[in-house]
Design a protein around this ligand. Structure first.
Ligand SMILES: [Zn+2]
Length: 458
């Protein structure tokens, strides 16, 4: 009984061992298969910028997180929405044999490979983009400042402002260096991008002399300065443009301008038979009036282009100048007393022969600086230095009459000037051939000296 039992038991054990081995081998195969499958089926995300592979990250989700973090970082840094200038692509690849970057490593690699564009606003004038600024508010401020510039530099009350061109603001992404600041954009529009050169008017300048000095054709200089209407308007210290400024925007303003204007006086001539025909007397001096003029003025880029007078209001009426002109015909000269003494004093040398010479007038003693007066009304025909006469004034009274006043220390009239009877014309002096202050006075009739005492009132 024992032997057969033992034999049976042994056989059973042998069979169990075989089964165990089979089970272990099977299990091992399964594990190996599982490892194999796991290794070969796992994948990572290969990241490329503009087609250039730069590394791997775990998966798409990690890449998206990195992109968002980068955008936020640059948005904070540049103060505007940003976009990547290049395309970032993620492609799934087998993980085996690949190194996976940490998030920090991938951020560093992307920063090196990428550039950013930021959202900005383009100012477009008649379809042409002329400047990029930070944002819409800045662009609007630029346009306002351009208008303000002309509004402030022209007089009057604003009625209307118009921009001749079509202006559009368009948002788009640009590189940071394409954006200019508000100040630069204003200057660009006002000056047309041309750097302006200026010239300050100095003593003795004319447009012609400036054009030669600065080597600019005269026509160009005139075109560059539309504010000048004529050469006479050049004033010391004026600033002229040496090149034509062509603003990118044409700003048209209509303003109500109120200013004061002088009303010239009229002259009325009345006949007076108590005066000689060559004589005249101002009975009432003229006085200019003034009026307030309101007008609507149009300006283009600060330069006046047209004006319509809206109304006038007289503030002060002018006073008519009344002149009496003589009608008394010449009868006799002698002893009429028509002529005034130019100064009152002792006669130190009479008219007539004086030794070998002939004294053509009378010398009236007077102290230096005393007034010399016109002996009668007339026109100044000479005022200046003449040899032995020194400072001389000659007055023509019409009717062939002239008077001479010599040796003056100074002269206060000029050639062509109308003088009234007894008007001061000079100051007593001792210029020319003279031994002391006095007035040498002559009356000439048709060019020949006559004795003044015959014509002066006694
Ligand atoms: Zn004399």
């Amino acid at each position: 009984m024992e032997a057969s039992n033992l034999k049976g038991l042994y056989a059973k054990v042998k069979t169990d061992k075989k089964i165990r081995t089979l089970v272990v081998a099977g299990f091992c195969t399964l594990v190996a298969l599982a490892i194999f499958i796991t290794l070969f089926s796992r994948s990572v995300l290969e990241v490329s910028v503009s087609g250039q592979v730069i590394g791997n990250v775990k998966n798409q989700q990690v890449l998206e997180q990195i992109k968002i973090a980068l955008e936020q970082e640059y948005k904070d840094k540049l103060g505007a929405d940003v976009e990547f200038a290049q395309e970032i692509k993620g492609v799934s690849v087998k993980a085996i044999g690949q190194k996976v970057d940490t998030e920090d490593e991938m951020i560093e690699k992307l920063e090196a490979a990428l550039s950013f564009r930021l959202k900005a606003v383009a100012i477009k004038i008649d379809g042409e983009e002329i400047a990029m600024v930070k944002d819409k508010a800045t662009a609007e401020m630029v346009l306002d400042r351009v208008k303000e510039h002309y509004i402030n530099e022209t007089p009057g009350e604003l009625i209307k402002v118009e921009v001749a061109e079509k202006v559009k603001l368009v948002e788009r992404y640009v590189y940071p260096n394409e954006v200019i600041d508000q100040e630069d954009a204003v200057n660009l529009i006002l000056k047309g991008g041309v750097e302006t050169r200026n010239y300050e008017v100095v003593q003795g300048d004319s447009l012609w002399s400036i054009s030669r000095k600065e080597n600019i054709p005269l026509d160009d200089l005139i075109k560059a300065n539309p504010q000048l209407k004529s050469e006479n308007e050049l004033a010391l210290g004026d600033i002229l443009n040496l090149n034509e400024v062509k603003p990118l925007l044409n700003i048209l303003l209509v303003k109500k301008v109120t200013y004061e204007e002088a009303i010239p006086y009229k002259t009325e001539v009345v006949k007076d038979n108590s005066l000689w025909t060559w004589d005249q007397k101002v009975k009432q001096p003229g006085e200019s009036g003034s009026k307030e003029v309101a007008s609507e003025v149009s300006f283009k880029n600060g330069v006046k282009v047209s004006q319509t007078v809206l109304g006038e209001k007289v503030i002060k009426e002018p006073v008519t100048r009344v002149v009496a002109r003589g009608t008394k015909a010449e009868v006799a000269f002698r002893g009429s007393g028509r002529f005034l003494w130019p100064t009152v004093g002792q006669i130190t040398s009479p008219f007539g022969r004086r030794g070998r010479e002939f004294h053509t007038g009378i010398d009236i003693d007077q102290s230096k600086g005393a007034p010399v007066r016109a002996s009668n009304a007339g026109t100044v025909t000479f005022a200046g230095w003449r040899g032995g006469y020194g400072n001389l004034v000659i007055i023509n009274h019409g009717g062939g009459f002239e008077t001479y006043y010599a040796h003056n220390s100074s002269i206060s009239v000029s050639v062509g000037q109308q003088v009234e009877k007894s008007q001061q014309i000079a100051k007593v002096g001792s210029t020319g051939r003279s031994s002391g202050p006095h007035v040498h006075f002559e009356i000439r009739v048709n060019g020949s000296p006559v004795n003044p005492l015959d014509y002066l009132n006694k």
